[in-house]
Write a protein that binds this ligand. Structure first.
Ligand code: HEM
Ligand code: HEM
Length: 175
């Protein structure tokens, strides 16, 4: 029996769940006044860990496109690569500056950073840039999101036909 479709399906659902959780966490993290700073800081750190997992999951895409970047690859892969690189820089900046102005998480392990206007402003600037970049990142993967969501709905619908048909390919499989 061919197990590929169910393996592909499982991976698609894992990615969709992680991407959805990251998106919601990101939206909540952009509104610290709504959650309070303590929750904001822990959510931000959790999001950092989720993004690392996201990168590990897409590692073969990163390695593959890096190898072909100056040789032969599609324009859309190049665009995604440039955007993902910017996202990486911006998210690293947010987490780093967040830790530098931390009021809860670093003091919790006994480190009390000096409050610095520069880090605060950079934190604000990087999170504004992230709102824009995440918007474009999600827009560029919109078709994948819609297709994967349809499959998820079909899975939980009683009237759904066999799920083994037409699997939604991961980005790696599409490259
Ligand atoms: C709120 C945060 C984010 C959301 C909702 C999100 C969503 C997505 C989606 C829907 C995909 C395509 C489907 C998939 O295979 O998972 C994807 C792919 C990818 N994302 Fe993200 N992402 C986020 C943050 C990031 C960040 C911060 C980076 C870089 C540091 C990143 C790097 C990548 C890479 C390398 C891929 C695979 C290649 C590609 O198609 O662009 N993502 N992401
Ligand atoms: C992707 C994750 C994050 C995003 C999108 C984000 C976004 C923001 C935004 C938009 C503000 C300004 C809120 C306002 O002006 O009302 C802020 C403030 C703050 N953030 Fe983050 N943040 C993130 C992660 C973190 C992390 C990991 C930490 C620390 C561990 C942190 C610590 C803080 C602190 C202490 C403030 C208050 C600064 C002030 O006095 O204005 N953030 N964050």
């Amino acid at each position: 029996m061919n197990t590929l479709p169910s393996e592909t399906r499982r991976r698609t659902l894992t990615n969709l769940a992680l991407d959805g959780a990251m998106f919601v966490t990101f939206l909540i993290a952009t509104a610290p006044r709504f959650t309070g700073i303590a929750i904001h800081e822990w959510l931000g750190i959790a999001l950092g860990a989720a993004v690392l997992t996201h990168l590990v999951i897409h590692w073969s895409w990163i390695v593959g496109v890096t190898r072909r970047l100056f040789d032969r690859t599609t324009g859309s892969a190049r665009l995604n690569y440039a955007l993902n690189t910017l996202l990486f820089i911006v998210f690293t900046t947010i987490i780093f500056t967040g830790l530098m102005i931390s009021e809860t998480t670093l003091p919790w392990i006994g480190i009390r950073p000096e409050r610095d206007r520069f880090w605060t402003q950079l934190h604000h600037l990087a999170s504004d840039a992230a709102v824009f970049l995440i918007g474009v990142h999600v827009a560029l993967h919109w078709r994948w999101i819609v297709n994967a969501t349809r499959r998820l709905r079909a899975r939980f619908s009683r009237t759904a036909p066999s799920l083994s048909a037409a699997p939604v390919l991961t980005k790696e499989a599409q490259q």
